[in-house]
Design a binder for this molecule. Structure first.
Ligand code: TPP
Ligand code: SF4
Ligand code: MG
Length: 300
């Protein structure tokens, strides 16, 4: 594990923005117990990113990037939308795909990486909006799950097409009126977590990004299960504060309100039997490793 893969060429170092130099210098590559607690002393996302001030997608990006178990051997696949504008500013390899095609691209990428690097573990993680995942890309999303492709799909669910000004999406809640959808949504929110489970995903979680510790846990679980068993899916509520008329300080409260047990983003988790077994084995090994490290530190 090393930072080699994101190192800036010496010839170009002095002309790279200082922010970018900082991104490379402070990324927590190579750290075994990396996680959200590193945020503050580490850097995974340039501060001058392209999202609106206070957009919960930026928190979500930070928590996810800090929690990837193996960032130096991870490739993220993005799709058009507010999320895609952020990818040039992160310290993880990534590729952009045509809107909606992200799970097809990720399928080919994952297979190609296994052939090219047979002796290395390479993780692939898709990160796309609800429009890309559920509407225009639904066919590609489902087919990747049916084929049991071994990568994680993350949907930033802001319940509309934010980047193009607020059109209706399948994940929009019933009755919601958006700037470019004046009639109001006529149907309930599509139950994609349930569809994911029924389409072969081995680990599925729906939650908000209000708690970094929760995001760290679900990201690690989703990536490790995808690596060993098969497709996994995370649906994260990242409200578009611009569209729902909140100011930059109000995104967190919006998520807290929406994750109450009776609300539409109450925490929901599903694991297949093989996934349960794998995660239990991994937790036991992790406990052993930490106990051994503690003992060693005590002897020193
Ligand atoms: C093939 C194609 N179709 C349509 C568009 C226009 N387009 C760009 S972003 C977007 C909506 C994105 O919505 P979502 O996936 O929910 O992401 P968000 O912006 O909400 O994060 C659309 C329709 C495009 N760029 N390419
Ligand atoms: S338009 Fe909405 S989702 Fe996009 S960056 Fe702004 S607040 Fe975030
Ligand atoms: Mg969206």
């Amino acid at each position: 594990m090393s930072k080699e893969k994101i190192k800036i060429s010496e010839d170009l170092y002095d002309i790279m923005p200082s922010d970018y130099q900082d991104l490379v210098r402070s990324a927590t590559y190579g750290k075994e117990d990396r996680g959200w607690k590193d945020i503050g002393t580490s850097k995974e996302l340039i501060e001058q990113h392209s999202l609106c001030a206070g957009c919960p997608e930026s928190m979500a990006f930070r928590y996810i990037l800090a929690s990837l178990p193996n960032p130096e051997d991870t490739v993220m696949v993005g799709s058009t939308g507010c999320t895609s504008l952020v990818f040039p500013m992160v310290a993880v390899h990534n590729i952009h795909s045509l809107f909606g095609n992200q799970n097809a691209i990720a399928s080919g990428l994952k297979r190609a990486l296994s052939v090219r690097f047979p002796n290395r573990t390479k993780d692939v993680v898709v990160l796309a909006g609800d429009g890309a995942t559920v509407d225009i890309g639904l066919d590609m999303t489902l087919q990747a799950w049916f084929r049991q492709e071994k990568f994680t799909t993350i949907c930033f669910d802001n319940e509309l097409y934010a980047n193009t000004g607020g059109q209706e999406s399948g994940l929009m809640q019933k009755g919601f009126v958006a700037k470019m959808a004046p009639v109001g949504k006529l149907f309930d929110k599509v139950r994609l977590p349930e569809i994911a489970r029924e389409s072969g995903c081995h680990y599925v979680v729906q939650c908000t990004v209000s708690k970094p510790s929760v995001i760290e846990k679900v990201i690690r679980n989703a990536v490790l299960v995808a690596r060993e068993i098969g497709p996994t899916y995370l649906q994260l509520y990242t409200p578009c504060i611009l569209e729902i008329g909140k100011n930059s300080m109000e995104g967190l409260q919006e998520m807290r309100d929406s994750e109450k047990p009776t609300e539409r983003f109450a925490y929901k988790e599903y694991m297949s039997e093989p996934a349960k077994q794998l995660l239990a084995e991994m937790a036991a090994k992790d406990k052993e490793r930490k106990a051994a490290a503690k003992q060693l530190a005590g002897q020193a």
